[in-house]
Write a protein that binds this ligand. Structure first.
Ligand code: CMC
Length: 392
């Protein structure tokens, strides 16, 4: 390959060094700052994990109190930004709106931002994490023509989000703690995942020195695709399409057929060649939520479990080490929470924002940082002369 290494899809290129997240894909291990995801999901809430990802250590009680206060000071969005929503068609996909409104934060926080200042970078991270639930819930409220619900400072992160999504000004929204915990767990499991496509996008955009909110908007755009964050929405659509356990075989065969572009959504991963540890935790949460809501006989969940069983026994999936990934069960949990399918990827974006901004901050503070600039192998025509149009 001459001067450059040709590596389509960057399957064997490390684009940076990082101290944030570690994955051992063969063993199915995921660590945030050295802590196993299973322990974080059991013993911490999402904001503790945010603190960990941003600062490198878990907070003690006092540090956590300060962090929560700091976040709660930034939960409101500028009223002018609220009006931004009305420029979108009501039937716009929430991810299309989210790309726009998060990018628009750069217009609100530009002059005050010096990316070379550690403090400015930290404040930009706090603002992003604080405002995302509000911005995401507003996408939904706008789509159904309901008034935006302001956040409540005293509520927890996940509870606040559920209230802004599901509540309305005419009622007192009372969140079920089991469901709040389930959403919080979804957020923890999606918070970071080293150099995935959207995080790499944020880093690449940020490597030019661009405003962090513009970079995060680029990450949101990348996350949208079905091969990445869009998979949670695609899984539910797929399950709905399969419709019945009796039709699973037909769809498994479709997924194996190389002349058919169909893939089993929520299956396979670039890095995990073993069970995705997040999928295991998500399946547990799925049981908890369905038990709590007396939905043991949920058709989608049964369908998903049977699909998993059949696929994991099939030589095609076994040989290629294709296991369920985090998005296989998260959609069923979100649906049980009453969240509409088209909002799933926006919730993934809300969770991943901390990872994006922590990785952006790590990159900017790295003395070895350079603008990202991959090379190519040119395969076009060789040099030739231009003729005037009359002679062509
Ligand atoms: N269904 C059927 N076949 C599959 C699937 C699938 N879901 N995933 C991979 N394969 C096959 C693929 O056809 C190929 O077969 P062969 O070697 O015979 O050509 C082999 O497995 C390797 O696949 P690949 O496309 O080379 O692997 P990749 O690392 O480029 O792709 C992936 C990883 C996640 C994009 C892919 O597995 C996929 O499309 N999965 C479905 C979408 C999905 O669930 N995405 C969510 C990923 S996890 C959350 C996130 O990151 O956002």
């Amino acid at each position: 390959t001459g001067l450059f290494t040709y590596d389509p899809g960057f399957t064997s290129t490390a684009s940076c060094t990082s101290k944030i997240t570690y994955i051992d894909g063969d063993a199915g291990i995921l660590l945030y700052r050295g802590y196993p995801i299973e322990q974080l999901a059991e013993k911490c809430d999402f904001l503790e994990v945010c603190y960990l990802l941003l600062k490198g250590e878990l907070p003690n009680g006092g540090e956590m109190k300060g962090f929560v206060t700091n976040i709660s000071q930034h939960v409101m969005v500028h009223e002018q930004l609220s009006r931004f929503y009305s420029g979108f068609r009501r039937d716009a996909h929430p991810m299309a709106i989210l790309v726009g409104v998060v990018g628009a934060l750069s217009a609100f926080y530009h002059d005050v931002m010096d990316i070379n200042s550690k403090e400015d970078r930290y404040i930009s991270a706090i603002r992003l994490i604080a405002k995302m639930p509000n911005l995401v819930a507003m996408c939904y409220k706008y789509s159904i023509g309901m008034p935006f619900i302001y956040p409540k400072r005293k509520l927890g992160y996940a509870e606040n989000f559920l209230r802004m999504m599901m509540g309305d000004p005419g009622d007192d929204y009372l969140a079920n703690p089991v469901l709040v915990r389930a959403l919080d767990r979804i957020l923890i499991l999606h918070a970071d995942h080293e150099q995935n496509a959207s995080t790499s996008t944020v880093r690449l955009a940020g490597s030019s020195g661009a405003n962090p909110y513009a970079c995060v908007a680029a990450g949101i755009a990348c996350l949208w695709g079905a091969a990445h964050g869009g998979a949670n929405e695609a899984v539910l659509n797929m399950l709905a399409q399969i419709g019945d356990v009796s039709r699973i075989g037909e769809y498994v065969n479709k997924a194996k057929d190389k002349n058919d572009p169909f893939r089993l959504m929520g299956f396979g991963h670039r890095v995990y060649k073993n069970y995705d540890p997040r999928a295991k935790l998500m399946r547990e949460t799925c049981h908890e939520v369905l038990n709590e809501l007396n939905l043991h006989d949920d058709k989608m969940f049964k369908l998903a479990m049977e699909l998993e069983r059949i696929a994991l026994e099939d030589p095609y999936f076994v040989e290629r080490k294709l296991y369920p990934n985090v998005d296989f069960y998260s959609g069923i949990v979100l649906r049980a929470l009453g969240i509409p399918t088209e909002m799933f990827t926006a919730i993934f974006a809300m969770a991943r924002s901390v990872g994006w901004i922590a990785q952006w901050d790590e990159m900017i503070s790295d003395p070895e940082m350079k603008i990202g600039r991959p090379r190519q192998l040119y395969q076009g025509v060789t040099a030739r002369d231009v003729k005037y149009i009359s002679g062509r």
